[in-house]
Each structure stands twice: as structure tokens, then as C-alpha cells.
Design a protein around this ligand. Structure first.
Ligand code: NAD
Length: 507
């Protein structure tokens, strides 16, 4: 099927995907979508009003009974075909991601691979939905559990992974038999629509997967809709907390993943070259706009100066430019407003007295002077009370802190408000083991800077990086998108004695 969405252009008004078709929806609000590498407006986006959101939810609710009753093996076959289609259109999807987000094409492709791994996991749904069966829990009585879908599930996703984060959610939700309404970030709307087209091409019935575009008005309408049964949210912590509280108040199941400030602890026995290589990639990859980006390096003992020098050599060699240029290491930030925010964070770090060793503020990329670029920035001798350490900056800014001991480093990590990922570089198995057990983070790396779990494990942090009990994908994801029921059954002979029917049943 030829795509009408592959190349956004400035005259294009991007709409929604409801009931298996593109639609402009009602309401007059719209907003710009930029190409961050040029700074130009690439298209405009239709923002769904409450009526359009409700239309999408009603469509999803109407599609639910038939999809729920479709055998899990048949639902899985749709996902097998979808996986093949995403693979066939990988270059096109990566180009869409880079056009609206700005990240490198290779990075966009890598994020698609991580998303595809969730589709692969979801293809095993018949196995994952098997319930329990116990024969003879009483004389002639059997018990078994049914694992059932919830109904209409909602996904609200951030700008930084236009394909991967939605793919964390909807493949598993629909594999479980739910129907879905996705609200992508208004900054990167096109990829979700292309995925919707590919789902339809894969044979997904109309109405099972829908996309509504917009901002917080759209989110609020989704949270208020009476038919919505579960909400998956990924984004910043203040919004995650709002979504969590609102959904919880309404008794809706909710998982809400928030922001991060990930630490990488370097012990004196670590291979410094390896640690520095890993740190630079983890801090500046995707311009630091990753929830698993490392934004804090913690040098333990006397390793600080050598680590700083090794980092600085590498940082000075980084090349910044448009994500379509295969020779660069880092693309632009998402918007001019976000770049200004990161610039203000850097200014605050300087004023607070941290030592600015690499200053990305003045960077200009020839031929892309209006792009939202910012060079790699590196602070040494930051302190835990400084805003550059406390706040999530979400840009290409790495901060180096010194800790006297392993215990002091663990205490520093654990006292931060966020607890998404944490990593340690060391040659000591004992220290690594201790770190893994004591650190308050949901994902821990040992000589791995960005410990993003595979799809068959779950993804999610602790503290203000995750609101709710449920992490995303893996078996926790299956449990999130289903609920169970226990059936106790007895098939007595006709006319058998039932004289104790008024007693508390004792099997
Ligand atoms: P964001 O919180 O601004 O937006 C996320 C989603 O919420 C978007 O769809 C947006 O339209 C919507 N939204 C924004 N403001 C809202 C409001 N006031 N009320 C209701 N909805 C609102 O996040 P972002 O800037 O798109 O993404 C970056 C953030 O996401 C960072 O904090 C990053 O750490 C986080 N993130 C976390 C993870 C994780 O797994 N923990 C993964 C990716 C990104």
C-alpha cells in the first residue's frame, strides 16, 4: 500500500487515524511540526478536541468484543505480518523518525529494532496467556484461571522515541485482545500514523488501533473517557504523576514512566578507556534526549582526573550535524524552546560554580544555522546541591562528580529523586554484585552504560521515574494489559445431594 504519510511537507496537515482511516477530526486547534535539523516548519498537526478523542475511544470500544474473541493465535499472526512489514519499511520509518526528531538515521534504525523486539515477544502471546488448571481441588471440583483483556487501553508517549515507546505498548496490548488509542507526542506525529497503516496492511481489523494527535487537551479527554480501562504513559515526571493520580482517582489501571538522571559510577579498578568510551556514547547519543542517557559520571577515589581527561579527549572529537549525515555523532535537539531550556541549565551550572570544560552553547552547524543544535557540554566538580545535578536536563550535558568511596557513590545515586537506570564500571565482581543489590534504580548496568532490558524483561525505574506498580513490556506488560478470573467448576451427577447449599462452601 503506498503511504500518504511518508514525507511530511509544510502544506501538509497531519491528522488522526480512527477506525482504519486517516481523518482530520473535529476542532480547529493545530500546531507546528518542525524539522529540528533545519529549524523549519515541516508540517502542521491537527490537535484532537474532546469530541474527536471520544470518537476514537468509542470506535475502539466497539471493536473490542470481536477482537477479544479472536483466538490468540490469530491475533499473533497479525503481529507476525506486522513485524515483517515494519522490517520491510525500516528505512522509510527511520527517515520519518529522523525528519521529525533529528536523531541519527542509524540511531533511529536501532530504536526500531528495540521496538520490533517487543513485537516478537508479543507474537508469543498464545503461550503468555495460558492460565492455570487444578483438577480435584475438592471432590469432583476443578479450578482454572482465565486471563482476559481489559478493553480500551490508551498509550501516551514522549517525543524522544517516536516508534520505540509506542511499540513498547500497543503490540502487547492488542496481542492480549485489547483495543488501543495512541496519543503520540505532538512533536513527532507521523511515525505512529505509518505504523497504523502497516497494522491495517497486516490485517488488523479497523478500530482495534487508533491514533489521536494533540496536546494536554487530548490527554485529559482520554483520561476522562468512561470507556478507557488502562493508561500507559511515558514522559516527564510531573506529567507522569498527573496522569497517574488522575487515572488512579478514576480507578483506571495506570503505569506512568517518568524522567531520569542516570548515574554511571567508575571505580578506580575500571578499564578507563572502556568507561570513557561508554560514557561519551551514553551521555551524548541522541543529543542526550534518552531516558536512559547517562547525565552524571561519578568518579570514585582518585580516578577523577584521569577520567576527566579521557572524557574530554573524546568530547572534543564529537561531530554534530543533521541526523541524515552519516559522518556525525549527534543531531539537534527537538525544538528551539527545548534548546533554550538546556542553555539556561548550562548558564545556571556556570553561575553555581561548576567547572565548564566543554561548552556547546556557541556551536553553529554550517548550512544548518537555524537548526536546533547544541554542542556537547561537560562540567567537572559539580556538587549534589547544584541544579545541573539535581534536574533532568535532557540534553547533551554531562556532569562529573567525585565520590570518596564506593559507599559514598551508592549513597549519592540513592539520594537522587530519580531512579531509572544506574551503571557501574569496575573489574571487581564483588563491587558489581553489591552495587546491583543496593542501588535504587529499576535498571542496572555492570560495565554496560545503558542497560535497556530486552523485551522479555520489563522496563521501568523507581522513585520519581515510575508511578504505579507496573513496569512496561515483558511478563509485567502482559499482566498490566490483562486481568484474571478463577473459575471453580463441578459437574455432579443429575440428582446428586446438594442439601448443604446454605453452608459456606468448603471444598
Ligand atoms: P512530556 O511529559 O512533555 O510529554 C509526554 C506526553 O505527555 C506527550 O504526549 C505530551 O503531549 C503529553 N503532555 C505534555 N504535557 C502534558 C500535560 N501538562 N498534561 C497532559 N499531557 C501532557 O515529555 P517529552 O518532553 O515528550 O519527553 C521527554 C521526557 O520523557 C523526559 O522527561 C524523559 O526522561 C521522559 N522519558 C521517560 C522514559 C522512561 O522510560 N522512563 C522514556 C522516554 C522518555
Amino acid at each position: 500500500m503506498p503511504s500518504s504519510l511518508a514525507k511530511p511537507d509544510s502544506d501538509q496537515c497531519i491528522g488522526h487515524w480512527i477506525n482504519g482511516a486517516l481523518t482530520a477530526g473535529a476542532g480547529s486547534a493545530s500546531g507546528p511540526v518542525y524539522n529540528p535539523a533545519t529549524g523549519e516548519q515541516a508540517a502542521s498537526l491537527q490537535y484532537a478536541d474532546a469530541a474527536t478523542v471520544e470518537q476514537a475511544v468509542q470506535v475502539a470500544a466497539a471493536a473490542f468484543p470481536a477482537w477479544r474473541d479472536t483466538p490468540a493465535v490469530k491475533r499473533a499472526r497479525v503481529l507476525f505480518r506486522f513485524k515483517a512489514l515494519v522490517e520491510a519499511h525500516r528505512a522509510e520509518l527511520a527517515a520519518l523518525i529522523t525528519a521529525e526528531h533529528g536523531k541519527l538515521l542509524s540511531d533511529a534504525d536501532g530504536s526500531l529494532q528495540r521496538g520490533l523486539e517487543v513485537v516478537e515477544f508479543a507474537c508469543g502471546i498464545p503461550q503468555l496467556l495460558k492460565g492455570d488448571f487444578s483438577a480435584n481441588v475438592g471432590e469432583g471440583v476443578d479450578s482454572y484461571s482465565l486471563i482476559e483483556p481489559l478493553g480500551v487501553c490508551v498509550g501516551i508517549t514522549p517525543f524522544n522515541f517516536p516508534a520505540m515507546v509506542p511499540l513498547w505498548m500497543f503490540p502487547l496490548a492488542i496481542a492480549c485482545g485489547n483495543t488501543f488509542v495512541l496519543k503520540p507526542s505532538e512533536k513527532v506525529p507521523s511515525c505512529a500514523l505509518r505504523l497504523a497503516e502497516l497494522l491495517t496492511e497486516a490485517g488488523l481489523p479497523d478500530g482495534v488501533f487508533n491514533v489521536v494527535q494533540g496536546d494536554q487537551v487530548c490527554v485529559q479527554a482520554l483520561l476522562d473517557s468512561p470507556q478507557v480501562r488502562a493508561v500507559s504513559f511515558v514522559g516527564s515526571s510531573p506529567v507522569a504523576e498527573h496522569v497517574y493520580r488522575h487515572a488512579s482517582d478514576r480507578g483506571i489501571r495506570v503505569q506512568a514512566l517518568g524522567g531520569a538522571k542516570n548515574h554511571l559510577v567508575v571505580l578506580p579498578d575500571a578499564d578507563l578507556e572502556q568507561a570513557a568510551d561508554a560514557l561519551v556514547g551514553a551521555a551524548y547519543g541522541s543529543a542526550g534526549e534518552r531516558c536512559m542517557a547517562v547525565s552524571v559520571a561519578v568518579a570514585v577515589g582518585d580516578v577523577g582526573d584521569a577520567l576527566r581527561d579521557a572524557l574530554l579527549d573524546r568530547i572534543c572529537a564529537l561531530r554534530v550535524g543533521p541526523g541524515t549525515d552519516g559522518a556525525v555523532d549527534m543531531g539537534p535537539l527537538i525544538t528551539a524552546a527545548h534548546r533554550n531550556r538546556v542553555l539556561a541549565c548550562i548558564d545556571a551550572g556556570v553561575q553555581a560554580g561548576a567547572e565548564l570544560l566543554a561548552d556547546g552553547r556557541k556551536l553553529s552547524v554550517p548550512g544548518h544555522e537555524q537548526g536546533f543544535f547544541l554542542g556537547p557540554t561537560f562540567f567537572d566538580h559539580a556538587r549534589a546541591d547544584m541544579a545541573i545535578y539535581r534536574d533532568e536536563i535532557f540534553g547533551p550535558v554531562l556532569t562529573l562528580l567525585r565520590a570518596e568511596s564506593f559507599d559514598a557513590a551508592v549513597a549519592l545515586v540513592n539520594s537522587h529523586e530519580f531512579g531509572n537506570g544506574a551503571a557501574i564500571f569496575t573489574r571487581s565482581g564483588q563491587a558489581a554484585r553489591e552495587f546491583g543489590q543496593r542501588v535504587e534504580a529499576g535498571m542496572v548496568g555492570v560495565n554496560v552504560a545503558i542497560p535497556v532490558p530486552m523485551a522479555f524483561y520489563s522496563f521501568g525505574g523507581r522513585k520519581r521515574s515510575l508511578f504505579g506498580d507496573s513496569r512496561i513490556h515483558g511478563e509485567e506488560g502482559v499482566r498490566f494489559y490483562t486481568r484474571s478470573k478463577t473459575i471453580t467448576s463441578r459437574w455432579p451427577d443429575e440428582g446428586a445431594d446438594a442439601s448443604n447449599a446454605f453452608d459456606m462452601p468448603v471444598l
